[in-house]
Design a binder for this molecule. Sequence first.
Ligand code: ATP
Ligand code: MG
Length: 357
Amino acid sequence: MKDRSGNRKKVGLFGGTLDPIHLGHLRAGEEAHEYLGLDELWFMPAHIPPHKLSRPLAPFHHRFRMVELAIEGVEHFQASDFEAHRPGPSYSVDTLEELHRIHGPDIAFSFIVGSDAFLEIESWKEYYRLPYLSELVVISRWPAKTDELVRHLQEVFPDFSQSGKGFFTSDTGGKIRLLKTARLEISSTDIRQRVRTGLSVRYLLPEKVRRYMIHNNLYLSVSKNTKINSANDDISIETARIIFEEIKNNKGEDICVLDMRGISPVADFFIIAQGRSTKHVQGMANKMRKELSRNKIRCRSTEGEDEGKWVLMDFDDIIVHLFYEPVRSFYDLEGLWSEAPRLSMEGDHVHLEEADG
Ligand code: ATP
Ligand code: MG
C-alpha cells in the first residue's frame, strides 16, 4: 500500500449522498487530488446518509453505479462501496475509524467535505474526532466565504489555531485544512428537480451518468397513478384546491395552477407560487407540510428546503413548486409548460383562466 518511496500512500475520501454524482463533485475531487498531492481519491457514496433520511433516495446500487460510470478511465479516482457493508446510518466517524483500523499504517487519509457540510458539522456524530482520525479538508462551495468558514472553525474547534495559510492544527495532533477549489454551482437537488420537471440536465453531470439516470427512470415521481378516471380527477382537483388555499394562507404570491393531465407523466397538476425571501419559502413549505397532513394530504417528499430558492413538494398527483421570486423568473416553468391549461381556483368554481391577448 505504500508508494515507491516508502511513504504512506495518500488517499482522499470524498463521501456524501451522491444522488446523483455531478461535475461539482468531480471537479472538486480533481482539484483536491492535485492540490493535496494525493495518490488516489475515493468517491464513497453513503449507504444510509444520516442527514437525508427525510426524503426518498435512489437505491445505493444505482448511486454507486453512477459513481463508477462517472470516473471510468480515470486512474487516480476510485469508487468505494465501503459504507455498504455496515448496517445502520453511515456516520463518517465510524467509517474513518474503521478505515484507520484496516489501513492505518499504510495510508494517510484526507477526509474531504464541502463548505456547506462543514458549516453544519457540529450536527454530525462525534464531529470533534474527525480532524484526528484523518486530515479534515474543507473545499469551497458556493456561496461560503473564507471568513465565515474560519469563524465557524474557531467556534466549533476552539482548540485549533492557524499554523499556515489555510492550515489549522491542534496541540494534540488534529489537522484541518481550508482548500480553495472551483465553485461550480451545481447540486444534486437541482438535478433531481430538473429531471422531475422535464428540464435539461445535460452538461451538469457526465453524459454516461445522465444516460444511466434516464435509462433507469431515476428521479421521476415514483407513484404516478396512470389510470385516469373521473373519480380520481375530482379527488385531485379537490386536493389541488386545498393546497392552493394553504399557499394563500401562508402569503404565497402569484399562484398558478397548471393542468398537466395528458401533458406530463409526472403529475396531474403543478402549482407554482413564490415567496418574498428564501426564509418565507422555507417557512411556507414547513407550515404547508404540517397543515396539509392534518387534512390527510401527505407530502411524500420535499426537495430544496435547505436553500429555499426552489422548493419542490411532491403530493403524489400534485407537485408544488415554491420559488424565491428571482429564481422563479429564471426557470420560467410556466413558459416551459405554456401548452398546459391554467386553472383559476379563486371563488367557488374551478375554471380555465382566459388566455392573455
Ligand atoms: P444534495 O443537493 O442532494 O444535498 P449535493 O449536490 O449537495 O446534493 P452531496 O452528495 O450532498 O451533493 O455532497 C457530497 C459532498 O460534496 C459534500 O461534502 C458537499 O459539500 C460536496 N459538494 C456537493 N456539490 C458540490 C459542488 N458543486 N462543489 C463542491 N463541493 C460540492
Ligand atoms: Mg448536499
